[in-house]
Each structure stands twice: as structure tokens, then as C-alpha cells.
Design a binder for this molecule. Sequence first.
Ligand SMILES: Cc1ncc(COP(=O)(O)O)c(C=O)c1O
Length: 400
Amino acid sequence: MYNFDEIIDRKHSNALNTDGFRKYIFHADDSMSFPYSDEDLIRLWVADMDFATPEVVMDAIRERLDRRILGYTQLREEGYYDVFRTWCRERYDWDCPTDKLLLSQGVVPALFTLAKQLCHEGERVLFLTPSYGPFLYATLDAGREHVCSDLIERDSRYEIDFDDLERKASDPQTTLFILCHPHNPTGRVFGREELERIADIMQRHGLWVVSDEIHCDLLRLSQSHIPLAKVMPDYDRLITCMAPSKTFNVAGLMVSHVIIKSDTLRAQWKESNFNFTNPLSIAASQGAYERGAPWLDALRIYLDESFSLVADYLAEHLPEAKFSIPEATYLAWIDVRAYCDDNLNLPLFFANNAGVLLEGGDAMFVHQATGRIRLNIACPRAVVAEGLKRIVDALVRHHR
Ligand SMILES: Cc1ncc(COP(=O)(O)O)c(C=O)c1O
């Protein structure tokens, strides 16, 4: 019914994935060349998908186009909120307070705004590491310092060091905690007990908490997502970020949800943002949440099978690599330190020696990322298989 094996040409569509990697990964211009032509590169990097956006989303956009006028737009229709509330109820058994929902052009832009609004001079931002780079960039852009609480790795499973988190959260200068749940890059889905402990620490020390839940729909079949807001329903200093962008492959439409409990902060946000939106984007988002569930369920099966392929291939051909199938996301976080030196520039090494574009290492993630690569496997399985083969061959050659 859905063809996730289809190879779709994205070149010359202004896609960051195909046409923007030199600048984004290598901070280089178009003159940078590799032993592989651009056509031969396997792209397992930026977190969007090489699968077609669901047809029901395209239909919703077409239906909006049929209204024939694309003037200034602000989200007002109750129907939109109803659809998202139903989604949250059905998927996470959570009664989302949609009266507190605001739109942002992305979760990252929201993080940049919130870091400035919530963390004042001399204060610090805390997050779990390894971390998605923009948590740090938002902190730096606000002119603030960051504090890392390293996750503890046990058999490729990452767990929160609660003593460390408590110690760092108890510093009065640490006023904002950004949680990534599910966690990029490790793929952890934090369970109820972990979330309750996080909530307890944050509540006792009065931190602002931004819970970035952008990956919450992309769960393995065995997993379920508990929004942090469900665990701390009365905490006013909590902001939840969710979005259709990763879930339905509509990142380019730039629409995401920011659920702000605090009336004061919500008012401040409304004042500092123009609050206009793109009519096609909200049509797409509503269509996705209203009609996209069957597509998402099929996608999750496909991703689960691709992750099994990754696990089996690595176990057989790169046995010293440390990897376990992530509980969520379409991102494989693999520790290849057994095969290379800590100072190897991993994205450059794999681009040059395997013709694979990937992210990894401390230059792209915050802390605890040395010798780890992140593969985006949301692409046709034949591409994943070829990418894996090339990665493994390059590492084995390098290690010899
Ligand atoms: C944890 C996390 N937050 C936010 C984003 C990007 O959000 P947006 O495209 O809505 O700015 C990503 C994309 O990879 C992500 O992994």
C-alpha cells in the first residue's frame, strides 16, 4: 500500500539533504569534492526522510489550494486543535491543553526564543549529553553557559545519572533544563519512573523545563510515549514541543507546536512572535494528524525491520561496534571507537572513504560523542544496506 522502497530524486529541489551537506556538515562551499560523485553518495545524515510525504498530506494541501487565496493566515479554526487533541489522546493517552498551544516555525527556533526568555544573565542551561547540537547553539545564542549531565551507558543503553542531574539542577544559577524525549541521538524513550524522577528534581529546584518531544511518534512498535506534561500536570514552568515535521516528513513546511503552560510566558511569546502562519502548512499538519495514522503505522513497521537489518549486519561484520536498536527515532547511534582513533574526523572520513554522508563526533553533537556515528536510516532499505556495507568496509580497511 505504501512504497517505502521507492527511490525518489531530491536533487535540485533545494533539499538540505542532497544539496546543502557541504555547508552543513563540512562548513565548506560547493567547490569541496570527494572521491565519489554527488550521485554516488549515500546520504544518511540530516533528520528528514527519503520517503514520500504521505499522500493524505498532499491531498490536504491540494484541498487548501482549491480555496484559491493564500493570504495572511493565523491559526483560529477549532478543528485544528480538535484534531491534535484527538491525536494526543489516542497516541499518548494525554489530554493536551490545546488552549495553551502556539505555533512556531520549528522546534529549534522555539528553543532559541525560549532560551533567551527563560535564562537570564549569569544563569545556565542544563541538558543531558550526548546532545543534539542546537540545544547548545540556542544556549550560546542567548549568551548563556551550558551544563551537561552525561547519560550513563550500559551495554549500549543510555540511562540518566540522577545523582548528577540533581546536583546540577540544584545549582541556583541553573534555571533551564532542556529535555530531549525521546532522546536524540541515543534513541531512548524515558519511562514513567524516569520521568517522575526528572519531574521531582525539576519541581523541587524550580527550573524551567522545555521538553522537546519532536521524535515522540517515531517509536518502535514495542514502545509507547509518555509526555512529560502528563507526569507533571500542575507544573506551570513546563513547555512541551511537538511537531508533525519528523513524523510525517514535512520539515520544510515549518510548523511545530509549542505548548506553554505559563500564562505570562505565553503572553510574552505572543508579543514577541508575529503569529502568522503558512496556510498550506497548517492544512498539511491538520491533514496529517487527521488522516496520517495508517501511513505512520506502516512506516514504523518498515523502520523496525530496517533496524533489525542494521543490528544483524553490525553484529556479523563489525562485532566490536556498540549498538542497540533505539527505542524511538529513525537514527542509529553507533560507537565505533574499537575501529578508529578518537581524533578521527568521522563525517569527513566516511565521506572520503565510503562515500557516505553521516553525522557524528563531538563537532556535531555535544559531549560523549567521540567515536560515535549517527545514521539516519529513514530511506529505502536498499540504500541503508549499501550504506552499511560501505561504512563497515571502510572501517575494517582503516583498522587493518
Ligand atoms: C531533538 C530535535 N529537536 C528539534 C529538531 C528540529 O526541529 P525543527 O525542524 O522543528 O526546528 C530536531 C531535528 O533533528 C531534533 O532532533
